[in-house]
Write a protein that binds this ligand. Structure first.
Ligand SMILES: [Zn+2]
Length: 470
């Protein structure tokens, strides 16, 4: 059992950003963080076996399951899939706490899943926030405008939230059958004054899901003559997708504020914020234990290898429905920790959904996938590749008679007639093999080729990203 006093004292150490010589060094904080993870993991497994039917049954079937006194023991536990929770969701709810909140996955990555929460975990998260930043989530003075697509509203909601939150639903296809002035409505939401908590407040944070909505919202508001720099917004936060340099630049130029991105999944509370020093790298917070695992061997990935991303929610931050080794369905690359920015949590680069990635491990001789974020980065500065809502493409890996392999990519461009298809194809292929030294090597040896076929916009019928993991 971790009480809040213990939590706060340990968090004060772990999260200290005091850089004076007498303060804890980054190496010491790294060591403390591992100790923190170990203590929380032990408590998580104990709590799960004592009060969650699924884990109690697991412990009865395998009495030799250790209570996990060291982090490396984690890999001895089975992986938890979304499918197994869907088969019997109630067996994952703790009998020890009263559930007081519900949140749901959106359904965009398969059938929706309801996840239950409790007041005790909210209190633990507030205690951690106080230890880290000197304030609880509940004392936050921000007014958050949450902009979400219709699917989110229908299928996902958090009934318990302590931050003042407005919600606007924004459909990307909306203008096609628009019946009222949505941009004007959004501008009102952002610039109105709200008499809340005994004072007048305006929206200070805008949270947009998925990130590409930043483009139509910003450009349409600007086109209406709305001066976005005059708002009280101090940050635009995005989650649930890839962040491009185009989006960062647009937000800074139009809003004059930073674009803050985070990685999270509805099933596991907490998440990973994007590194302040290295865009594209995400650091997991103190509430989650993240593993990047070799998809073939099940062994932990080494630095710069790419594998399956499993998350374990840590006690006491997720108690009602603890998740141990939850398979996120994402591929991640393991990055350096501690990071140059001072963060000591597990660091990853998100590569893409597993069903959308190409496994090149057997060709490169190391755990490695080519992912959708690679392609999105590569075409980010190619204006003739349509980017909204995302580049439309499909790709496969096929074997050749000579034992080599080819990556075949079909991708939509604005207009085939407006470009030299063979020059475009060779440029895209060059950029892909330039992603890593290993790719360059196997390409140079003739063992891996890249064949690109451009399609006119709208001609690629079976864009692979649709509903593949249902
Ligand atoms: Zn960092």
């Amino acid at each position: 059992m971790i009480d809040n006093e213990y939590l706060e004292s340990l968090a004060a150490f772990v999260c200290s950003d005091d850089t004076s010589p007498s303060a804890v060094s980054i190496e010491e904080r790294y060591t403390l963080r591992r100790a923190w993870d170990t203590v929380c993991l032990h408590s998580t497994v104990k709590h799960a076996i004592n009060s969650v039917p699924h884990y109690r049954a697991l412990a009865q079937e395998s009495p030799d399951i250790p209570l996990l006194n060291k982090l490396s023991d984690l890999s001895t536990l089975p992986v938890l899939t979304k499918g197994s929770i869907q088969q019997c969701p109630r067996s994952f709810i703790s009998s020890e706490v009263a559930t007081t909140s519900i949140r749901c996955t959106s359904g965009t990555t398969g059938r929706r899943l309801a996840i239950y929460g409790c007041a005790e975990e909210e209190a633990a998260r507030d205690a951690l926030a106080r230890a880290k930043w000197g304030r609880a989530f509940t004392q936050d003075k921000d007014i958050v405008l949450r902009i979400i697509p219709p699917m989110r509203r229908l299928l996902s909601d958090r009934t318990q939230t302590s931050v003042i939150q407005l919600t606007a639903i924004y459909s990307y296809d909306f203008p096609h059958y628009q019946r009222f002035d949505f941009e004007d409505f959004l501008a009102q939401c952002i610039f109105d004054e709200y008499p809340l908590r005994g004072t007048l407040g305006k929206v200070t944070v805008i949270h947009i899901t998925p990130p590409f909505l930043v483009f139509p919202i910003t450009s349409r508001l600007s086109a209406r003559g709305v001066d976005l720099r005059r708002s009280h917004v101090r940050a635009i936060c995005v989650s649930g997708g890839y962040i491009s340099h185009r989006a960062r630049n647009l937000v800074m130029e139009s809003w004059g504020v930073p674009l803050v991105s985070s990685y999270s999944c509805t099933e596991v509370l907490g998440g990973a914020r994007e590194c302040s020093a290295t865009p594209g790298i995400y650091h997991f917070d103190e509430t989650i234990l993240a593993e990047v695992v070799n998809a073939r061997s099940g062994q932990p990935c080494r630095l710069s290898e790419r594998g399956l991303l499993y998350l374990t929610s840590l006690y006491p931050f997720q108690q009602a429905m603890p998740m141990i080794r939850y398979d996120t369905g994402d591929i991640a690359e393991l990055a350096e920790s501690p990071c140059v920015c001072g963060e000591v949590g597990t660091s990853v680069k998100i590569v893409g959904r597993r069903v959308h990635c190409i496994d090149l491990s057997h060709i490169l001789g190391k755990a490695w996938f080519l992912g959708t974020t690679d392609l999105e980065t590569i075409v980010g500065d190619m204006p003739f590749v349509p980017f909204l809502p995302y580049p439309r493409f499909r790709w496969t890996l096929s074997g050749r008679d000579d034992g080599g392999s080819d990556i075949r990519i079909d991708i939509e461009v604005q207009s085939r007639s407006a470009l030299d298809p063979s020059a475009f194809a060779s440029e895209l292929a060059r950029r892909i093999v330039s992603l890593s030294a290993d790719l360059r090597d196997v390409h140079g040896e003739g063992r891996l080729g890249v064949c690109v076929t451009p399609y006119d916009k709208g001609d690629l019928e079976s864009h692979f990203q649709l509903l593949r993991d249902r």
